[in-house]
Write a protein of this length. Structure first.
Length: 441
């Protein structure tokens, strides 16, 4: 039940960029602008700062525990099975909720371009990407890299044209909704750029993780931050921020102002090409988290099986895609964003606690052999403080939906634990694997 290390710096960085660019720029940029106005640029800089702080902490933890599962694996290793289960469930829920608004965004843009039914288009996309992931992570990584290169080139061209159409009067007032709006938009920006942790979730398939993961995380965050700032500057300078906030296809409006009638057509083509890269990264992360949880017994062990030919966790991929389709059909974008925000921040808070515990437990000899985040303890303390601040704009819907999801995770823990104890009491019955594999020393 071990995955093969086949991803290098290029492929792993493209996983992070592809996940962040599609979701944030094409689906949530309008939502963020509607919350903060022109000050949305400040919001995204604040969000990117937190992403870099978290990324450095995650890079160290991935170097210490280079296995599939991301936050789930970190918390389980440092704080035990119960909290590991809850955080793993939160991590899985955050990815599932996020994948639903990405797939919906793809469906809406494709509908604008071709008239195809949005939900059906989203479902077909998820199925095709699921098949690609089954064939192998190397193929998935190559497709991801190809898509990311195309979208970066096209976005840079779009920015170059758009700067000539910016009306600086639209930047006044700069912060119409005040600090409250800036923080609310920072939460959206945080969610837009948070998907670099797909790199971490795939740590077991990355070559030389001690070096590759830190480089990939920081590179992807910096590249995407510059792309976001460029798009937001052009968007707010071309279309009033109130109109951007009210639109489900904000980049469509901007392209129409910049390029005229042909603009929406060209941008929709770019978006329809780019969003699959985001959805692909989500499938990769969801399936690897499910695989890791099944390997340790939280989910049925069948989901930890690896196909002998493709060397991919096929049952976990099928499970992840199936649940993604259900989320896409049943959830709204606003609810998905709120739930994603709560679950992600809770996951990051516990991961930062795991970071402190890992530092305390790790010997100097081991620490010198792995990546080490700088400015300890100031860096993780600052990241932890910003995470708590970003819990404020989550809102009641985020706390409610996220809390319900965590409750289901706790119930799952109790059920699986009870099943293990019951089976152990049955004399002569084949013992099933231990539900909670002990953390490595």
């Amino acid at each position: 039940m071990e995955l093969t290390r086949t991803l290098g710096i290029r492929a792993s960085t493209s996983i992070g960029i592809g996940a962040m660019v599609g979701a944030g720029i094409f689906v949530l940029s309008g939502v963020a602008a509607g919350k903060a106005g022109p000050a949305v640029i400040v919001s995204f800089v604040l969000a990117a700062t937190l992403e870099i702080l978290l990324g450095l902490c995650y890079a160290e933890l991935s170097s210490r525990y280079p296995r599939a599962g991301g936050s789930y694996e970190f918390v389980r290793e440092t704080m035990g099975p119960l909290l590991g289960t809850v955080i793993g469930w939160a991590y899985l829920g955050a990815w599932l909720a996020a994948s639903s608004f990405v797939a919906q965004g793809f469906g809406h843009y494709l509908h604008t371009l071709t008239g195809a039914p949005p939900i059906i288009s989203a479902i077909i996309l998820l199925i095709l990407l699921g098949l690609l992931n089954i064939i192998g992570v190397q193929w998935s990584g190559k497709v991801q890299f190809f898509i990311v290169v195309i979208e970066i080139i096209l976005l840079l061209s779009f920015f170059a044209i758009g700067f000539n159409h910016v009306e600086y009067t639209l930047f006044k007032p700069f912060a119409p909704t005040g600090i409250e709006g800036i923080l609310a938009a920072a939460l959206v920006g945080f969610l837009s750029m948070v998907d670099w942790d797909g790199i971490v979730a795939s740590a077991e398939e990355i070559k030389n993780p001690t070096r590759t993961i830190p480089i990939s995380i920081i590179s992807s965050i910096l590249i995407v931050m510059l792309l976001y700032i460029g798009l937001l500057f052009v968007s707010v300078g071309v279309v009033p921020w109130t109109e951007l906030g009210a639109s489900v296809t904000p980049v469509f409006l901007v392209s129409e102002q910049i390029l005229g009638g042909i603009g929406p057509l060209l941008i929709n083509m770019v978006i329809v090409i780019a969003l699959p890269a985001t959805a692909n990264a989500f499938i990769l992360s969801i399936s690897r988290t499910a695989f890791a949880m099944a390997r340790n017994g939280l989910l049925p062990r069948r989901f930890s099986r690896i196909h002998p030919k493709f060397n991919t966790p096929v049952p976990a991929i099928i499970l992840g895609v199936s649940i993604q389709i259900l989320f896409t059909i049943s959830s709204s974008i606003n609810i998905a964003v709120s739930a994603t925000g709560f679950l992600y921040i809770i996951t990051f808070i516990f991961t930062l606690v795991a970071f402190f515990i890992s530092r305390k437990k790790t010997t100097d000899i081991v620490r010198n052999q792995q990546f080490k985040a700088p400015l300890y303890p100031l860096l993780p303390i600052t990241a932890l403080f910003i995470c708590f601040v970003l819990l404020l704009p989550v809102g009641k819907s985020g706390f409610l939906t996220g809390g319900i999801w965590l409750m289901f995770g706790f119930i799952l823990y109790l059920i699986r634990s009870s099943q293990i104890k019951h089976n152990k009491k049955i004399k002569g019955q084949r013992k099933i694997p231990n539900l909670f594999v002990k953390p490595s020393k």
